[in-house]
Structure formats: structure tokens, C-alpha cells
Design a binder for this molecule. Structure first.
Ligand SMILES: *Cc1c(COP(=O)(O)O)cnc(C)c1O
Length: 427
């Protein structure tokens, strides 16, 4: 019997294929598994490679529906980069490990979800003989991961919108580099304009024939692959259940960790490490009045989310008491983020990006002589944020070859005003 999904707002059941291709449930809710499968982690954790582990774990979730051979091929081609667990060395950092999730093509953890989702979606569309246009508004890592992950999928075209002049030079270059099947629009406006255009496009009659689809972080196709590296970390630790610290914004990454745990993966507890956008840490610390906020810009900009969209899913999976038992929250300011990059570098020699630094600061604050190992998810490569790292430690992090090469590659994009009709006229 294969696994089914239902909406957090009640409708269902849906197949994985339906959940993947529609993104959001018809009643506006988020897809969650009807029942969480019990994963045989004793078998999963003995896998020799990351992609083998990924294949084994995902088989319990979607193996029946996708087919084991297809699933294996998709996972092998999507997750073909290293995922090192690095032990920090220095006083006070004993048994603290950094799980480097930034060795994929666009150097953030978003490559795991985007690449796997692209492979799965390509498979289902091929079988249906259908096409889709993925429409994404982005202010940072999501856009480049999605563009890169979906580029060259013959049945999928990608349309990216980003706020012109409001992303860093490095982020912009990663977005506009020429990719097959990807069209990029620099919108004269802010991120909210981009999001509004995407929202309006889905109901715009001029775009109705385009088979629009989204690839944002609420899609189950991105969520499920993000469980895999939690299991990989436990495997590297010889099966010891760690404290997982997750630098968080939209709470997709954390939700994936919770799903892995609920399906049987050992863990002590989770730390949700946020920047000044602190709705979730407040709630966890007992503030029942905590509510969504407008977004505050920070140095860890991929976590600048005032209203985390995955909260509805997390809230469905865990009652408030289990949530507070299983997850501890921390909120870290920009000054503390800079100090964290500096302190970790001085004490251990490790160079962290601003997002990972938020996680490391949360660990430093909350760790109280625990016997268990701690795993901090390193969500981005420090070379993606050279200005901040340099401000903190006076060193420009070395860019991997892939990032350095980017500056010589051809680009293509168009500039549009902040209006849906301008987009409709061009796609
Ligand atoms: C997206 C992102 C995050 C936040 O992840 P969520 O799943 O939205 O909580 C953290 N760090 C980096 C570098 C990111 O790109």
C-alpha cells in the first residue's frame, strides 16, 4: 500500500504525485502524510554512500508510487555531491559537528530539495505527457537552486522573478547566468512585488494555458529530500542521536528534520535558530500570544521570514506540548551573528557563513554540558556572503571553482515593471 497525503486543513487523500504537482492543497492547506511511515533506520544508516542512504530512506515514503528503479536513478543524479560532517576542534566545542550542506551546484542546502524535486516532477510529467512552467519569486538562494535544479528538464520551463538591485551581486550573478529552459525577470520593485505578481499570475486568464506550478519550500517534493541529511549525520556519528541545530526561516528544513525523527530517526532534540525574525522562538519560549510579524532585514537574509509558511505544517504534526519539548528556540541579532563568525573562527579556525553562524551562536548559548553530540546544519557556503565574513574576521572566504567561474559565464534576463500584465505579455 502506498503512502497518501492529506491537507493540514482536512481535505484528502492525495497521492504523492498530486501533492508534488499542485504544491498547495486545494483547500489552501499544506500537504502532510496521512500516516508517517516507520522507516527501518537500522538498514538505512548502513548505506555506504549518501545517495544510497537517500534512496533507501525515500523508498519507505514514495518507493511504491515512484518505483524503486526510477527513484534510485533520480536520487543518484540529484544528490551526487559530498555531504561532509566536520568536527569542530577547540575548547568549548567538544563533540560539536558542522554538517556542510553547501557542496551542491548553488552552494546552499536548497540544492537537495530543488534537484530531487526537479527529477521527480520530470518523471511524473513524462509519464503524463504534460508540461509545466515553474514560477518562482526569489530574493536569494531559492531562485538559483530551483533554476539550476530544473534547468534542462525537457517538460519544465522555469520563470524567475527577483527584485532588481535588492539582492547581493553574487546572488544576482547566480540568478541571471544563462541556463537552458530558464527565463529571468528583474522586477523594478521589491520582493513583495515579486510575490504578488506570482500570486496574481496563478489566477490570470492570460496565463491559464501555461500549466503554472510553484517550487517554493512548502512543496513536499522539496521537503522529503531534506530529511536525508539528518539521517546521514546520525550514520556518520555511528548511530548516536544528536541535538540538531537548524538555522531557520520558513521552517522547511526544521520540519523535514522533525518528519525524519517522527519516522524513527534518533535525535535528542532540535534547536530552531532564528535571526531577529523571532516569531517561532517566542512561541517556543512560552509566549502563546506570539504571532506572525512583518519581515525584518538581517545579515542572514535567507532566514528573513516574518511569517514562516511551514509553521502550519509543524503545528499539524506536533501538539504544542510536544513541540516545546522537542524544539528549543533561539533568536540571534546581527551583532551576535558577526561576533559568532569571529568567535568560532578564533576558537576553532572554522569559517562560517552568517546563517550557519546564527546556528553556532544558538548552540554556544544553549549547550549545557550535554553528553550527546551536537550537529549544526551549515546551510550556505561562506563564499556566498563575502562582505559579511570579511567584516567579521577580515578574511575573504575562498570561493569554490564553480562560484569563481560564474563571473565569466554569459547572462540573460529582462527588466519589467512591478505588474503582472508585463509578465503575462512576455512569457
Ligand atoms: C533558505 C535558507 C535557510 C532557511 O531555511 P528554511 O527551510 O526556510 O527554514 C537558512 N539558510 C540558508 C542559507 C537558506 O538558503
Amino acid at each position: 500500500m502506498s503512502l497518501h497525503f492529506k491537507s493540514t486543513r482536512g481535505s484528502g487523500p492525495f497521492t504523492f504525485e498530486e501533492a508534488l504537482l499542485s504544491g498547495l492543497a486545494p483547500d489552501g492547506g499544506l500537504f502532510v502524510p496521512e500516516a508517517i511511515p516507520r522507516v527501518e533506520f537500522s538498514d538505512v544508516l548502513s548505506a555506504e554512500s549518501f545517495s544510497e542512504l537517500g534512496f533507501r530512506a525515500l523508498s519507505f515514503w514514495i518507493g511504491d508510487e515512484v518505483g524503486e528503479d526510477t527513484l534510485r536513478a533520480i536520487v543518484e543524479s540529484a544528490l551526487d555531491f559530498p555531504v561532509p560532517l566536520v568536527a569542530l576542534e577547540g575548547p568549548g566545542w567538544e563533540d560539536v559537528h558542522v554538517l556542510e550542506l553547501f557542496h551542491g551546484p548553488t552552494l546552499s542546502f536548497k540544492d537537495f530539495g530543488a534537484r530531487t524535486m526537479a527529477g521527480l516532477m520530470g518523471h511524473f510529467l513524462e509519464r503524463r505527457g504534460e508540461r509545466r512552467t515553474i514560477l518562482v519569486a526569489t530574493s536569494g538562494d531559492t531562485g538559483s537552486a530551483v533554476a539550476d535544479g530544473f534547468a534542462g528538464q525537457s517538460r519544465i520551463e522555469v520563470v524567475l522573478l527577483y527584485p532588481r538591485g535588492k539582492v547581493s551581486p553574487m546572488q544576482e550573478k547566480q540568478l541571471i547566468v544563462d541556463r537552458p529552459g530558464v527565463r529571468v525577470f528583474a522586477v523594478d520593485g521589491d520582493f513583495d512585488d515579486c510575490q504578488r505578481i506570482v500570486k496574481e499570475a496563478f489566477t490570470d486568464p492570460r496565463l491559464a494555458g501555461r500549466g503554472l506550478s510553484s517550487a517554493n519550500s512548502i512543496n513536499v517534493g522539496r521537503l522529503l529530500p531534506q530529511m536525508l541529511y539528518y539521517a546521514w549525520a546520525v550514520a556518520q556519528l555511528g548511530g548516536r542521536g544528536p541535538v540538531f541545530c537548524v538555522p531557520s526561516g520558513n521552517l522547511g528544513n526544521l520540519t523535514a528534520g522533525i518528519l525524519a525523527h517522527l519516522s524513527g530517526l534518533v535525535a535528542q532534540y532540535f534547536i530552531a535558530a532564528h535571526n531577529a525574525n523571532d516569531f517561532f522562538p517566542r512561541l517556543l519560549m512560552g509566549d502563546d500570544e506570539a504571532s506572525f510579524q512583518s519581515t525584518i532585514p538581517t545579515l542572514s537574509n535567507a532566514m528573513d521570514v516574518g511569517a514562516p509558511s511551514n509553521f502550519e505544517r509543524l503545528d499539524h504534526l506536533l501538539d504544542r506540548e510536544s513541540m516545546r519539548r522537542l524544539i528549543r528556540g533561539a533568536s540571534v541579532t546581527d551583532a551576535e551573528t558577526l561576533a559568532s563568525i569571529r568567535r568560532v573562527y578564533e576558537e576553532t579556525g572554522y569559517v562560517a557563513d552568517p546563517h550557519t553562524a546564527v546556528g553556532l551562536e544558538a548552540v554556544r548559548r544553549m549547550r549545557r554540558g550535554e553528553a550527546a553530540p551536537v550537529v549544526v546544519l551549515a546551510t550556505a557556503h561562506p563564499a556566498k556572503f563575502p562582505e559579511t565574513v570579511e567584516e567579521a574576521i577580515g578574511i575573504t572566504p575562498e570561493a569554490p571553482a564553480r562560484l569563481a567561474r560564474l563571473w565569466d559565464e554569459p547572462t540573460s534576463f529582462s527588466v519589467i515593471g512591478p505588474r503582472t500584465d508585463e509578465l503575462a505579455a512576455r512569457v
